[in-house]
Design a protein around this ligand. Structure first.
Ligand code: SF4
Ligand code: SF4
Length: 178
């Protein structure tokens, strides 16, 4: 399977299994996904109070060089639960399949966990101590919410969507074992 085919099959399987969840479970997934989005937005707001424009322009976005497997089942559930239209990745992109010429295809509240919490050393050292502590608390909360979703759906989604789906497909198993 090409990356494009794998992506389409992984999205279709997640949409299908999400559609089959009992209403009460689907509602809980939606609540958790909404909480995750709020915390991600708060993290991003605080992290971008640093004026890193010059540093980032100089570095030219090294942090987005390996994003292919950052997008997980949980991140896809964020789109499904919010009823948001999913973007189309470009697997030929030299940067990240989820990157356009002017940045990430995903708004901060829907962006993968790894991407949201990544602070490179050059940017982190510009943040005051209290802000770093606040970011650490937000990261802890995000990890807790991701773990709650995993527990609810009976699977680990630490790997990217393509890997998680590829393994489930090869094993003939479902993504959600709840
Ligand atoms: S956040 Fe860090 S790694 Fe990413 S573009 Fe800016 S300086 Fe580069
Ligand atoms: S998903 Fe977005 S933020 Fe993450 S590496 Fe790709 S372009 Fe960068």
């Amino acid at each position: 399977m090409t990356n494009r085919e794998l992506w389409s099959a992984a999205v279709a399987a997640t949409v299908r299994e999400y559609g089959l969840l009992p209403p009460s479970l689907k509602q809980r997934v939606g609540e958790l996904a909404a909480e995750i989005a709020v915390v991600k937005e708060a993290y991003q707001r605080l992290a971008t109070t640093v004026d890193a424009e010059g540093i980032c322009a100089d570095c030219r976005g090294l942090c987005c060089g390996h994003g292919k497997h950052h997008f997980t089942v949980v991140d896809l559930l964020g789109y499904l639960a919010a009823g948001r239209e999913l973007f189309t990745p470009d697997f030929a992109s030299p940067v990240c399949p989820y990157h356009t010429g002017c940045g990430c295809l995903m708004e901060p509240g829907l962006r993968p966990l790894n991407c949201i919490i990544f602070l490179c050393d050059r940017v982190e050292e510009l943040l005051p101590g209290p802000d770093r502590q606040e970011l650490a608390s937000l990261e802890k909360e995000l990890r807790r919410l991701y773990a709650c979703l995993e527990l609810l759906l009976g699977n680990r989604f630490a790997n990217g969507l393509l890997i998680t789906f590829g393994r489930a497909h090869a094993a003939g198993s479902r993504l959600f074992t709840c």
